[in-house]
Unconditional design. Structure first.
Length: 203
């Protein structure tokens, strides 16, 4: 009888383990972890290994701190993406809170290089119109307080990389200044040949 119970228990545990492996999700990973640093606030999804949203206020529109040699780093107690997710593919380590908006000094600049602040972003988008829209934010910040919220979207069948992270389908950026609010919606794709104003959401 004891042998029978042991066999049933072993089978049950094996099924649980197998189900977890099929799902590919560690039961200890969290769907939502909210963290507020002194330069940005983020909701992070450990299962997707991506931020869900990031909020920040531009601090240094004309800073000139040197970013040479800096790279993204993992943080304690939060399961994030890592270097493997961005290796040998089209996905950049896309700053959500931009480095250029916080380059007051090297210490502040380095805080933007946390993987909490990094999303898998198509290289064309990150280095092109997304970058130029960040420049627009900094220009505004010379005259107004500029607050930004970025919502990282996971719509439809999003790609899951062999390394484990899920690729966002797009990004919604909400910029607020002087009582105004403008919204932009970007696909996470090759956006070469377009302008950031093409993605403005008309209310």
């Amino acid at each position: 009888m004891k042998k029978l119970l042991l066999s049933i228990t072993t089978l049950f545990l094996t099924q649980i383990t197998f189900a977890q492996q099929v799902d590919g999700v560690d039961e200890h990973l969290r769907e939502s972890v909210i963290i507020e640093t002194d330069i940005f606030k983020v909701e992070y999804n450990e299962i997707l290994e991506q931020p869900m949203w990031v909020e920040y206020t531009v601090q240094c529109p004309n800073g000139d701190a040197e970013r040479h040699g800096m790279d993204f780093y993992e943080v304690d107690d939060v399961h994030t993406s890592d270097d493997d997710d961005y290796s040998k593919n089209v996905w950049d380590k896309g700053h959500m809170a931009p480095a250029a908006a916080f380059n007051c000094d090297k210490e502040t600049l380095k805080k933007t290089f946390s993987y909490l602040n990094s999303a898998l972003q198509h290289e064309s988008l990150n280095r092109g119109i997304w970058n130029r829209l960040e420049g627009f934010e900094r220009n505004l910040a010379n005259f107004y307080e500029v607050s930004v919220r970025i919502e990282v979207l996971f719509e439809g069948n999003c790609e899951v990389l062999p390394s484990g992270a899920t690729v966002p389908s797009g990004f919604r950026k909400i910029i607020r200044w002087d009582g105004r609010e403008e919204v932009f919606l970007f696909p996470n794709a090759n956006t070469k040949g377009t302008d950031w104003q093409d993605y403005h959401v008309v209310k």
